[in-house]
Design a protein around this ligand. Sequence first.
Ligand SMILES: Nc1ncnc2c1ncn2[C@@H]1O[C@H](COP(=O)(O)OP(=O)(O)O)[C@@H](O)[C@H]1O
Ligand SMILES: [Mg+2]
Length: 312
Amino acid sequence: MPRLLTVQDLVVEVPGRNIKILNGVSFSLDAGQTLGLVGESGCGKSMTCYAIGNMLPRGLGQAGGSISFGSGESGSERPTIAMIFQDPTSSLNPVHTIGYYLETALYRHQRLRGNDARLEAMRLLERVGIDNAKSRLGAYPHQFSGGMNQRVMIAHALAAKPQLLIADEPTTALDVTMQAQILYLLEELKAETGMALMIVSHDLGVIARLADKAAVMYCGKIVETAPVEQIIQNPSHPYARALINCMPSIDPADHQPPVPIPGSVPLLDDLPQGCYYNPRCPRAAGECFKRFPPLAPVAQAHNVACYHPVAA
Ligand SMILES: Nc1ncnc2c1ncn2[C@@H]1O[C@H](COP(=O)(O)OP(=O)(O)O)[C@@H](O)[C@H]1O
Ligand SMILES: [Mg+2]
């Protein structure tokens, strides 16, 4: 599959203060592929998405590195990127109807208007699983549940015919049955449209279900990337391993309780010298306290930023 996106040494900082929110993030995504981005709250997952979507919050700027599209050569076109967010209800404008929201997007992206836009809006609503689409076009977001609003957000994203859909914690605000339905819908739409998907979650279960490859973030850095089954079965970075050990099992025969990670994520303006994970890491020694380890290969397509990776 051709390369869709390459992020190389991306740095995002708060200007005027020496705070790096993203501190050298590198990964790539091929057309049609699904990348799962995982890590604790505050590690920079959303900022990575915003930087790629060219929508960093005011006051934050790209201070280094590059985001390139396609083959990366000059003339490569920026793919169409759509985004969905964690809290669908607050992402929708409360004063506009669902129909207005979708039809505006259909005009912007496909120049559809009038009856054509209305019919396509109905088709999209039905496609994302909202029944009685015709009567729903006049509804307002507050009349829909969170799950239905996330479906509307997905329909809105589809109106752009994206080559890349960025889904930032799309199911975090939903209950588990709705979560399963939305994940299933995303899987189906990906298969139908061939779009690539970048899915962000703090839940490795979600990543394991959807992603082809995963990237684990910590304090604004990617610390491990690998095919998803490799990360789940053979995590190499002690942080990735610890994240997996935090996952509760629903198997009654599994008597192992989840193991919490000791300590907490350091503040970005008070990062430890060396590897940022060293205060919490049982394997930290020597070099770990001096320099942040570079991302280096441990196996085919498997890279880890650790001086003492856990052996397979
Ligand atoms: N507008 C902002 N100005 C300064 N720092 C910010 C701003 N928005 C977020 N941050 C900080 O950037 C870091 C990364 O945030 P974010 O990408 O939202 O984390 P995640 O999505 O992984 O939970 C956090 O430490 C957060 O406090
Ligand atoms: Mg976030």
